[in-house]
Ligand binder design. Sequence first.
Ligand code: PEP
Ligand code: MG
Length: 845
Amino acid sequence: MQNNPNTTLVTPTAPITAKTHGGRAKCLQRLARLDLPVPTTVALSFDAVLDIAKGHFPDIDAILTQFPPEALLCVRPSSEDPDWGGPSAVLNIGMNDQRFETLCGTLGVDAATALFSRFVQSYAIHVDRLDPDMFDDIEGEGTDALHRALEAYESETETPFPTTRAAQLTGVLKSMARAWEGTSARLLRQAKGAPADAGLGLVIQQMAFGMGHGESGSGVLQLVSSKTGKPQITGRYLRQSQGRDALSGDAASLYITRDPRGPSLEEHVPDAFAQLVAHARQMRQKLREEMQVEFTIENGQLHILDGVRVARSSRATVRIAVELARDGIIPTQEALMRVEPRALNELLHRQVDRHAKRDVIGSGIAASPGAATGRVVFTATDAQASAARREDCILVRRETAPEDIRGMHAASAVITERGGVTSHAAVIGRGIGLPCVVGVSDMRFEPSKGKLIANDGRVISAGDVITVDGTNGTILLGAPEMQEAALDDAFNALMEWADAERDIGIRANADTPADAQTARNFDAQGIGLCRTEHMFFEPGRLTVMREMIFAETSDDRRAVLERLLPMQRDDFTQLFRIMQGKPVCIRLFDPPLHEFLPTDRNGQRELADALDLPLSDVTRRIEEMAEYNPMLGMRGVRMGITVPEIYDMQARAIFEATVEASRESDPVVPEIMIPLVSAKREVELVRSRIDGVAAAVATEQHVKFDYRLGVMVETPRAALRAGEIAQHCSFLSFGTNDLTQMTYGLSRDDAGRFMSDYVRQEVFAEDPFHSLDVEGVGELLQLGSARGRAAQPDLTLSICGEHGGNPESIAFCRQAGFDYVSCSPFRVPVARLAAAQLAISHKIG
Ligand code: PEP
Ligand code: MG
């Protein structure tokens, strides 16, 4: 038995691994190695349990010989990763009339009856799958109630309750093995990241009673807070109890440490408390992990039944990993590897300001932290349409399903009427760092009517602004003041260690001084993409921009551009100042001009007023400028070539800001990027004008400065012709949003209509706008970078599309020899950690 690979007695040297017997079995072996008081345990391997599910049982009698004949047993699941769950534990196997009699003598009638009743019920529910309600009508306690429970069992199953330990154990093992193979268990664990063929091990352990004479009870203890990860001994202990009863909210539960709110284990059973804390510390040290200790005290005697990884929030995950490394228990590299990069999202998100006024209209389960404000939409398609308009929205659904994922990505937050902490919306929301409240049962959801009715009767319609506070599970009307994410010393330490490991640069996409500040706060190494057109969507500036677009002659246009110049110069000066010498890559105007023009009648009338033109002139010009296919029309460098004054103005603004910012600090070397290039001649033409502007500014201001010119590779042709394009510039940055659009011939703004069908039917493995298509678009990236570098070995290579913050895309870019990735500011820490993990994996092979 001791060395049987399938039914193994847990000893310090038995052949047990997490991969063959599961995490719990492995942990129990480690506890045995530490010589902790662990009851006798036999571990069944994944193979043994799979065989049981198929009807082939191990030698049950041989297993039972490992335990004293009178011992009661429990069976618990042991999956490879404890987070994948498993069937519920069954306690007190072996209970029958004979044992009952004996236990009445040793533990007392009450305790023996409680044990037997508990066993009958759990056997009925877990093994025979009977409805738990069938025991509801059994009133009272004591032996009468026990007999009624047995009778209820026998009348429901029409069989006598099994009496031998072997028969009971066989029944329990069979039900657990089959439950693991069931569809719902499979889906649940796959949602938690388990592979389709994940195995289940089982551990059979001798019961240590938390009931009986003397000090008896059970409980759990851990050394840190699950919420913050900071040192704090927590847990509960309940006298005369078993399993995790102490956590069931029973008012009689004792606190673990002295507590003003009530009695504690520390005061009442100080010896056991001291031993427990010592064992927990030993486990932390030797198991190199924060563990929750599950224990039983039987007649004053402490037993350690199990140790499980302390459940933890993302914030606590970081703190725990960092503290273990600071204490020298694990190396910093391991601490870095223990934090899933996307988990950092939870630390990074904005929250509703503590002091803000809250107009609460509903509440539910806080499923994913952070807060966001937006307009209510009721479908994933509407969420995507909002995102395309760059408008924040809150997706409101009864519940979400996989086809809502694109909509969730597009939304700022999600609320659902149904669901719990492990429901689809919650799991996905946490995964992508999207504030999410589920199970909002105190609001009425009427999606077909486009309505959400608050608990006090107020009606919220599609388009109304609400705020979702995913941290405390509330929904607020309007847009309360927000507080930016708080980053603590553990987070900063982890980020510092990450920076020491990684070998690819991380910059941020930042369009405004506020974005740049966030990028700085997250220690981005520069700005990789400043979309300058975003600086002109503010109302005051929009009018000037429109005047520029409407200018009839070159001179008129130049006059308006002179008014735009100081605005842009100020923007750039601020960006340079905030970034304090770190590189700032400014992309020249990209969108089609008509995007700046009003589409509705009112807007057009306002524009006519502002320009003092007849309305008909305005509408005619707008119609003239309309394109059949604006994304492939007069945008990016094409506009720069045909209306060169705009780029001239921008170049001047950049150089004047360079001169100004360089006066106060080290010389600024701006990076200027040309969008939507497809031919080298475009670069030549723009370059010569920009050189001209640079020379003019240098002469006027009597200063010298450098600048770097780069090309955004967003068209397949630019990637293919990167060799000749690279000869005219010092960097290439791959804009994978447009490159994906043009490689697939798939509109970024319309693909949502059929993307879910495509993904469902496995035409695409993933939405390529979300997850870089490494085969197709990736091949263009590889071709472009190789051809560019062959022509110009010093060429800087980067990616600045949305994929830049995605850990899988970072792996691809690092492999392709890119210098940096650029992503939205909030994704910078995720990218820094992901990059560090890639470098560590590379180093350790
Ligand atoms: C891109 O196309 O990848 C890009 C970064 O530019 P934009 O999203 O502004 O088109
Ligand atoms: Mg683009």
